[in-house]
Write a protein that binds this ligand. Structure first.
Ligand code: GLY
Length: 421
């Protein structure tokens, strides 16, 4: 038996830890720092790498990293130097997510389908580029910006404002000191995630996120307001195309460039007229995509993450999935993704207690026996159903039993998937 240390505090980490705890090979799952829904919480933040190394050493842990920030700071490299088992990509490999410029150039030189783009650190040149184009654009800060560094522009004025924010006003700090300006492709977006060991890539179940804050995909981008799995947007034929032309190509090219990629490789895919484009890579599981995916996973997650670390994924069979749909509705605090209240008491958590529904915690904490809000995205209510429609109904039935003063959620999670059944 082994102990596992899950690094992070979101719904993704709660879901990963919940699934890992079901493994017969896993003894205790610790969370650093965890949240109000996780147990065995260790008060160490994800970027306090030396402290995490000390904890993992003293408690004989295999470590699983959830968020991107510690990956981009080299947590995997430092654990490996200390002969500690850890799941995730090295700092260099995590550049697929931590530098949008690096990722776009990587895709370009390796023939991975992506929208045309330019790279700028000078506002005047960036403005001239936008003025010269006859199509709408998306502007991306090069570095990590907590999900806020991507601005989908409706017209030239939007684009000029975004350039000003990033390159003149430095709103995103050093993350926005260089930018990517790319052609906006208006198609249908879905998430394709594979588990990789540097050589082999095993697909996870498909999913679709809901990134905007309001129903019908209106309003600003968020970390994700809900997700469901599987998604009909990615047909079997399209999945094979993505696996071959994006995932396996990426893994091969990373290895060839001397940067083998281990961990979850997430490709944000835009599908338009049967063609696919990689919008972005993430070097980790998606949040909230992780929650419905974990609900559907039949295989032992620990066994697969360990095989990724050892480079032996090729010896394992494909992952098995429950033949059901899972829907995760994110319950947030009103005001998110901008400012929002905290420390409100959450009621009704105990009233959700059927085997097909899980309430994964994110921005919560416990105090005096109560669960309080502690972040923008607070809970991910995730339910299984025999169909997408029934999973949606089950998730909203549970979501309405949970209350706090500033609770907000989208009411249309999963709806856009119904057209693809
Ligand atoms: N749900 C999108 C992400 O994890 O970045």
């Amino acid at each position: 038996m082994v102990n596992v240390l899950v690094v992070g505090s979101g719904g993704r980490e709660h879901a990963l830890g919940w699934k890992l705890a079901q493994s017969k090979q896993v003894d205790t799952v610790f969370f650093a720092p965890g949240n109000g829904g996780t147990q065995n919480n260790i008060p160490i933040n994800p970027e306090e790498i030396d402290k995490l190394i000390e904890f993992a050493t003293n408690n004989d842990c295999f470590t699983v990293v959830g968020p991107e920030a510690p990956l981009s700071k080299g947590i995997v490299d430092k654990f490996t130097e200390n002969n500690l088992g850890i799941f995730g990509p090295t700092k260099e490999a995590a550049q697929l997510e931590s530098s949008k410029i690096w990722a776009k150039q990587f895709m370009q030189r390796n023939g991975i389908p992506t929208a045309p783009f330019g790279i700028f650190d000078d506002a005047k040149e960036a403005r001239q580029y936008v003025e010269s184009l006859n199509y709408p654009v998306v502007i991306k800060a090069d570095g990590l910006a907590a999900g806020k560094g991507v601005i989908v522009c409706d017209g030239k004025q939007d684009a000029l404002t975004a350039i000003d924010e990033m390159l003149v006003k430095n709103t995103f700090g050093s993350a926005g000191a260089s930018i990517v300006i790319e052609k906006r492709i208006d198609g249908i977006e879905a998430s394709y995630i594979a588990l990789c060991d540097g050589v082999t890539a095993i697909p996870m179940a498909t999913s679709q996120d809901h990134k905007r804050i309001f129903d019908d995909d209106k309003g600003p981008n968020t970390g994700g307001m809900g997700a469901y799995s599987p998604t009909g947007v990615i047909t079997e034929e399209l999945a094979q195309k993505i696996q071959k032309n994006v995932i396996e190509k990426t893994i091969r090219a990373m290895k060839k460039e001397g940067i083998p990629f281990k961990g979850f490789l997430y490709a944000g895919i835009m599908v338009k007229d049967g063609e696919l484009y990689v919008l972005e890579y993430n070097a980790r599981m998606g949040d909230p995509e992780c929650q419905p995916i974990m609900m559907r996973m039949g295989s032992d997650l620990y066994e697969y993450l360990l095989a990724s670390y050892h480079g032996t994924l090729g010896l394992l069979p494909q992952i098995t999935w429950k033949n059901q749909t899972a829907v995760c509705v994110v319950l947030a605090s009103k005001g998110y993704p901008d400012s929002y209240p905290k420390n409100e008491t959450i009621l009704g958590l105990d009233s959700v207690n059927d085997n097909n529904t899980m309430v994964f915690h994110a921005g919560t904490r416990r105090e005096d026996g109560q669960v309080l809000t502690n972040g923008g995205r607070v809970l991910g209510v995730t339910a299984l159903g025999t169909t997408l429609e029934s999973a949606i109904a089950n998730a909203y039935l549970a979501a309405q039993k949970i209350q706090w003063q500033s609770k907000y959620c989208r009411m249309d999670i999963g709806k856009k998937g119904l057209a693809f059944l």
